[in-house]
Design a protein around this ligand. Sequence first.
Ligand code: ZN
Length: 345
Amino acid sequence: MERDIYWKAVSERDERFNGAFYYGVNSTRIYCKPSCGAKTPNRENVRYFGDCVSAEGAGFRACKRCRPESIKPDPSTEAVIRSCRILEASSDISLGDLGERVGLSPAHLQKLFKEIVGVSPRKYGESVRMNHFREGIRTGSEVTEAMYDAGYGSSSRLYENVSDKLGMTPATYKKGGEGMEIEYTVADCELGKILVARSKKGICAVNFGDTGEDLDKGLMKEFPKAEISKNDGALKQYLEAILENLKGNRKRLVLPLDLQATSFQLRVWEALREIPYGETVSYAEIAKKLGNPNAVRAVAGACAANRVALVIPCHRVVKSNGDLSGYKWGKERKKRLLENEKAER
Ligand SMILES: [Zn+2]
């Protein structure tokens, strides 16, 4: 969680985080402040440090460009980062108690926290619990055990949260889709090949590809432990709906979905589903709509993480200057989708 915030701060060069933490790049052995103007490093190469001394202790040199050793932390950001750490240790602490511990009034903390992290402390606490819960499941502890470890009092509350946020019940979420039964079909479409897959709960993948073989392999990789079988008949209705959408005959595509996602991704995806057929909006507009205008890159990340092409129309998001930007299934396909939609509108 905290790492996501740090990474977001680095990728957005967010000045408010200067002094709250430092990042070192393994390949160059140099450390920087979050707002450094240097090229954004690869996420896998980045390490985070609480202060310069630990960065230097780990063998990193201070960047000559941003001079990380010469800055003073911003006290509000520091308080928010401290709040995150407290919430990670005990996620159900009240806002009042949290404020008291970091020396801010509840209202002020609420406002700052939302501004910097993007969600309220309560939501953050919920996500922390959800993450602990997921980790518990992934590492193999029993569902009930994971549930108590994660601080859920009763199983009904857990199930409410899970079906809401993951779109998957705990039993099927276990170990990369283990126990999940997935059926899929592959067909020709005007953009090459298309794969549609569903679990018992809803559609879990819609992918474009050049060959059926690539698409088969891609699905196995996405759900390594699921029981996957081809079943053209079972997917017929969904496939037809999606192909009709591609042809412009069915402009609103509302189909049941079964998706694993973070709460931020779900919020972005919900916003994408509201973009009308044939129209585009920018990443920045989505970020603004979600109440976090700084989250442009995070919005782009959520678009790239979309697993259901067309049903969640991430192709309708472009750069602020009108550039198409990337598309998980190829920029050329994005271009053609948007052209088709404009023509059919
Ligand atoms: Zn730097």
